[in-house]
Ligand binder design. Structure first.
Ligand code: PMP
Length: 425
């Protein structure tokens, strides 16, 4: 519409050329509520993109915003002074932590982003092991800052920015769609620790997304994360799960770690941790690694109080409304529907995910990324926002707010399935 176009045109004149979205989903935002957003011309969209997984409790969640408003009127910034909000959020995170992290955790708030949390985890692993090497995975995405970028795998993000951190290696991530098995992947990981001729330092830690997000909603085969736990233990390395995208209920459990029964030494989180989009990053780690001491890891915005209130309220809201179970049920329904569609549409090569973290992989005769972009465009024209992920953008990624209703889900699924059918025709 004309209002969106005007704002997009203005953005093109003055904003950074680095902004990603307007070219592919040309909307300017007016307001948003729950699972819907309204553009500057009054068009309403169902949001299966949710700010890249930030809005697990939905846009402008009233219960979250009520608490945030109250906090805004009291004070907004304290650095590290103890506040009820800070300590309550730490307690809440401990209560939802996987395995024996629960009851034994410490939390450090970084800056407001996932990248900040990752940088903290890199320092923590170095500090605890006295080593500096890092092990990450092919297809991984961990953020934009130099350490996080080092752990990120895709060249499209890294090309031209070398040298990054030294002695970092990437091992294959096992999934049927990657043609990599668990044993092969774990052998590769173990070799990175053992091989004195590998040409790199022994890693201080293993950084892994328990389900890869930007890599294409890639669910690892059973046994992989458990195997990583063993390798880390055998080599006195830290095991860090990056749950920036998968955490706080997205996959139908509090953390994706819960699906696999594996407890990492540290979990990084951000995105949905702040409730309806308030910026906050954090790392929760086992207290045995709490070796920093006063001032060991600092930063001005380490924990913004309104965002902390947003986090407490988001966790309460998910608990009180049974949204973990809801995400599991809805996610299964959505995947069933795509499985059915895949019987007719041969370009769909995989349907995967956990909870409301869903990926549909395409292999087209031409460019699979272009096909997914075309599907995205058709969804947008019919009122649904979806995003892509994966190698060459060949995966349609769906991460709607967990508060989405049955009716909204059905309407969106009709649009998405029709967009896929018509785009492959
Ligand atoms: N880790 C993962 C798994 C992510 O998905 C992202 C963001 N997409 C990040 C880290 C980086 O977070 P941020 O963009 O907030 O720095």
């Amino acid at each position: 519409g004309p209002n969106s176009e005007r704002l997009i045109e203005r953005q093109k004149q003055i904003d950074s050329s680095a902004v990603a979205y307007p070219n592919r989903v040309p909307i300017a935002l007016k307001d948003a509520k729950g699972a819907t957003v309204r553009d500057a011309d009054g068009n309403v969209f169902l949001d299966f993109f949710a700010g890249i997984g930030v809005l697990n409790v939905g846009h402008a969640n009233p219960y979250v915003l009520e608490g945030v408003h109250e906090q805004l009127d009291r004070y907004t910034h304290t650095v590290d002074f103890p506040t009820e909000a800070r300590l309550d959020l730490i307690d809440k995170l401990d209560s939802i932590a996987p395995g024996n992290l629960s009851g034994n955790s410490r939390v450090i708030f970084g800056g407001p982003s996932g990248s900040d949390a990752i940088e903290g985890s890199i320092k923590l692993a170095k500090h605890n092991t006295g080593r500096h090497g890092m092990l990450g995975f092919e297809g991984a995405y961990h953020g934009t800052t130099s350490g996080a970028l080092t752990l990120t795998a895709a060249k499209k993000y890294k090309a031209g920015y070398a040298p990054l951190l030294p002695d970092t290696v990437h091992a294959p991530y096992p999934a049927p769609s990657n043609d990599v098995g668990v044993e092969e992947a774990l052998d590769a990981v173990a070799r990175k620790f053992e091989d004195p001729y590998g040409g790199h330092e022994t890693p201080a830690g293993i950084w892994v997304e328990p389900i890869q997000g930007e890599g294409g909603v890639v669910v690892p085969q059973n046994g992989f994360l458990k195997g990583l736990r063993d390798v880390a233990d055998d080599n006195d390395a830290m095991l860090i799960f990056d749950e920036v995208q998968t955490g706080i209920g997205r996959t139908g459990k509090w953390f994706a770690a819960d699906h696999f029964g594996v407890t990492p030494d540290a979990i990084t989180m951000a995105k949905s941790l702040g409730g309806s989009g308030l910026p906050i990053g954090a790392m929760m780690y086992h207290e045995k690694f709490d070796t920093w001491g006063p001032g060991g890891h600092v930063g001005t915005f380490r924990g913004n109080v309104p965002a902390m209130v947003g986090g407490i309220r988001a966790i309460e809201y998910i608990e009180e409304n049974g949204l973990l179970e809801r995400a599991q049920t809805l996610g299964e329904q959505i995947r069933d529907r795509f499985d059915e569609l895949a019987e007719d549409v041969t370009e769909i090569t995989d349907v995967r995910g956990r909870g409301l973290f869903v990926g549909v992989e395409f292999r087209a005769r031409g460019d699979s990324g272009e096909l997914v972009e075309e599907i995205q465009r058709r969804c947008y024209e019919n009122g649904v926002l979806v995003w892509s992920a994966g190698r060459g953008g060949n995966v349609l990624r769906m991460i709607p707010p967990l508060v989405i209703t049955d009716r909204q889900t059905e309407v969106a699924m009709n649009v998405i399935c029709e967009a896929i059918r018509s785009a492959v025709d």
